[in-house]
Write a protein that binds this ligand. Structure first.
Ligand code: KG4
Ligand code: ZN
Length: 342
């Protein structure tokens, strides 16, 4: 049910390989969440092919938006504003969502709100945790980003740490490919690790000297590749489950270690995780245990709101909207948009 004074945001997300649209009511109520994934197509190539992603977004975006409005039982005339991811991401993929949203908002004479994709991931935590409000600490771990962020207020962020090389999800995808699990690697490593021994192989946990909260996962990835090569050269069998579990344990240890150290230093009592890797079952369990030990309130979105979706963009768009943010018609895709920038 919607009422006259409800704020209804139609949100569009197309930054990578998911074409998604959602209607969000008053910032935290998701009326629809339509996600058209291209995973089956990109699996054939072992990763996302940007040109194919853009074409598929064009083919699907109309249907996805229509489905989002239908499922929400909202007429497009009743929308308050249109929110869209305008960065960071693949430029061609972003452009499809941005162009569509601009045309849609212009035709309907509704405000347009450009949303930062990472801000969307963080805001996914507001959907199922109605009581969660800033300030809190958030670890955003996705295919393109690993950020440890102070959420100072709605739309106000301070980055404490970021990756120096590969993102956490990227490392999962690359290691999965190396051990023959295919794309996308994260969910597959998560699954096979349940049958492996996380202590079987000692992989490195990188520490960055000049910023203890920064991450580096490329050394870990190389260590896994070196291990696989050396086993092959020695003619010894590789236990895929043990490699996956040991690699995953190294990532989890680093993510948990950095997060707990930052929580202690800055004295936050609330901690959230976000992004595709936040759906990892071992990471969720480890974070939950560590937070419980320190009496820190732990928040994590359901897996469907961890990986790319438009509902999270609708939530972020709502908070920008009520602050008075409006994006003009010159809005463009910004592939390397930084968090906190406009
Ligand atoms: O947030 P997301 O959907 O897209 C980006 O913004 O990048 O994250 C996708 C990433 C991929 O690298 C994928 O392998 C990883 O999240 N991922 C996972 C899991 N599910 C998705 N990584 C570890 N465990 C999972 N269960
Ligand atoms: Zn994402």
């Amino acid at each position: 049910m919607t009422a006259m004074n409800d704020i209804l945001i139609l949100a569009i997300e197309s930054s990578c390989d998911e074409t998604a649209a959602s209607v969000v009511k008053n910032g935290r109520e998701v009326l629809s969440n339509i996600i058209s994934s291209q995973i089956d197509i990109h699996t054939l190539y072992g990763g996302v092919v940007p040109e194919i992603a853009s074409r598929k977004h064009i083919e699907r975006i109309n249907r996805v938006v229509t489905a989002a409005l239908e499922e929400a039982h909202v007429k497009k005339e009743d929308l308050t504003a249109i929110a869209v991811t305008y960065g960071p991401g693949l430029v061609g993929a972003l452009l499809v969502g941005v162009s569509f949203a601009k045309a849609y908002a212009w035709a309907l004479k509704k405000p347009l709100i450009g949303v930062h994709h990472i801000e969307g991931h963080i805001c996914a935590n507001y959907i199922e945790n109605k009581e969660l409000e800033p300030p809190f600490m958030c670890l955003v771990v996705s295919g393109g980003h690993s950020h440890l962020v102070k959420v100072v207020d709605y739309g106000e962020y301070e980055i404490l740490g970021r990756t120096r090389d590969d993102a956490a999800g990227e490392a999962f995808d690359k290691v999965a490919r190396a051990i023959g699990l295919g794309y996308p690697g994260g969910p597959k490593i998560d699954k096979v690790s349940c049958e492996g021994d996380p202590a079987a192989i000692e992989f490195p946990r990188a520490k960055i000297v000049d910023n203890e909260y920064d991450f580096s996962f490329s050394g870990l990835k190389s260590a896994v590749l070196n291990y696989l090569n050396s086993m092959e050269m020695k003619g010894e069998p590789i236990v895929r489950e043990d490699v996956a579990a040991s690699f995953q344990q190294a990532v989890v240890d680093v993510l948990v270690g950095h997060s707990m150290a930052a929580l202690e230093e800055y004295g936050f009592k609330k901690f959230a995780i976000a992004g595709g890797v936040a759906s990892n079952s071992h990471l969720r369990k480890a974070m939950e245990e560590e937070c419980a030990e320190r009496q820190i309130e732990f928040y994590r979105p359901s897996p469907i709101f961890c990986t790319d979706n438009a509902a999270m963009i609708g939530v972020a768009g709502y908070y920008e909207y009520i602050k008075g943010v409006r994006t003009d018609w010159t809005c463009n895709a910004v592939p390397n948009l930084k968090l906190g920038e406009r």
